[in-house]
Design a protein around this ligand. Sequence first.
Ligand code: FAD
Length: 546
Amino acid sequence: SYFLTATFLVGSLISIIGHQKPWPGALPRELSSLDVAMRLRVDAEMTAAAATDFGRLTCAVPAAVFCPSSAGDIAALLRFAYEQQRPLAVAPRGHGHSVWGQASAQDGIVIDMRSLRDGGASDGNQCPPLQLEKPGRLRVLTSSAWDDGMGLPYVDAGGEQLWVEVLNETLKRGLAPKSWTDYLYLTVGGTLSNAGVSGQAFRDGPQISNVCELDVVTGKGEMMTCSRDLNPDLFYAVLGGLGQFGVITRARIALGPAPERVRWVRLFYTDFAKFTKDQEYLISLEGKMEDITVKKKKGFDYVEGSVFLDNAPVRNWRSSFYSEEAEGRISSLAAQHGVIYCLEGSIYYGPASAPAVEQDVERLLEDLSFVPGFLFTNDVSFMDFLNRVRQGELRLRSKGLWDVSHPWLNVFVPKSRILDFDAGVFKGILKRNRTMGPILVYPLYKDKWDERMSSVTPDEDVFYSVGMLWAATAGGWEKLEEQNAQVLRYCDEAGIEVKQYLPHYTRRDEWMKHFGPKWDMFVERKRKYDPKALLSPGQGIFTAPL
Ligand code: FAD
């Protein structure tokens, strides 16, 4: 009877955990007796939601989804996984906005990071209504509240927090992070595992350059705090580390004063050399008021750019800026020239600097070589500027065009070869095919990146971030992926040493080439923090214990 009772109890527990579903064969039985087992969900709705991502190019069904209520829960799960003889893959999933299954774990466990925000509750819905009035695990520390002698304000953000939540909370104190991504519905842990770049990165560096401290749960289940001074090896490994060394459960992010408004311009070019010359000139100007000398002008606070092809619609999720009349004129310019370029710049301002903003912009425009008459201006709140992609997203969602396949290709191109890239890719490969989705091009400074971090960039002082953000609305993403392969082949054959951003490779030798001289350090750190190669297997870097 003892045996029967025990069997009944284990059986009941498994049914509760699994919502009447049988225990997945891929998971060790002993897992069901851990305290945190109650946080595992094995129902098909949850596992199916975690099987794919924004890219909709892959499907890797996990055995279970783990909904932690604290970093301690994650540590308990990883300690258990680390003790197993048979590797048990574990992937933290932020908001699932990768495109190649980087946050997946076939037959393993996906950690639904967003459930940390709600104390372990999750309904598996990847797009629940946002509750900005409930900040979640966010704490803003100003210099008066935190007297550590640095005088810096910062925010402590849970790794699961969306950047839009971080912005909303910091703005209440008149503060904001300095470096952004174009889209804010991405998690802190997700973008810090890559880099986080946008039009502010030329000046303030990528998001990973603006982190002061992290809490991380390693692949051995240890909970560690790290910074440039404390466990620096782990700190540098995790930033840009593609989820390979630990789960980020808290990030301390530097803040600066938030402006109130943004004057935003878009200027069109038909000549790529003039376009890039102007972009490089603009990023060379100091943007900060206190640094301005009489000789230097106030520069833009944000500089980006994009490419328009005559064979693609002008309207995409980044173009909510234009009126219909403007769209017509831009289309005609593209039809006339085949390929045109749009330089985008913004100046931040508040009540004190408002009277000067008009003049500041005019002075900057004087030096630029855009096509006369092709200047478009906008003036928006800081929140609306940073959250600009949301409008485009909602528009596409309403037409069923957001949840489609996204075979994106993002590369960093050395400045010395950007004209060749234009000739071979924008005016060559892409012109020959019909594409859909924005193409972004803007320059960044290498010295704003920290070489000790895991991220990789080309070996030149200035390089261009090029994003080819394709959408395959009527299926057929394979053709676009073949086009991406053509782009990479062209670069290879022409000796253009690009580095993929948000990299996707399937072979070990490709990863070794990607990391170049950083590869040995990357492997060494993996051996130290995740020797059984349990974490984020969807990146496809390590397939066996080290
Ligand atoms: P996920 O896709 O969930 O995870 C990404 C990787 O990080 C996975 O390997 C995962 O296992 C790991 N991971 C997730 N959370 C953690 C954690 N807490 N600790 C450790 N590892 C973790 N990027 C830019 O730099 N600039 C942009 O302007 C930009 N714009 C974008 C716009 C859109 C519409 C989309 C879809 C993506 C954009 N991205 C941009 C790319 C984006 O930064 C990455 O895809 C990022 O990984 C997405 O964050 P996520 O929270 O969805 O991460």
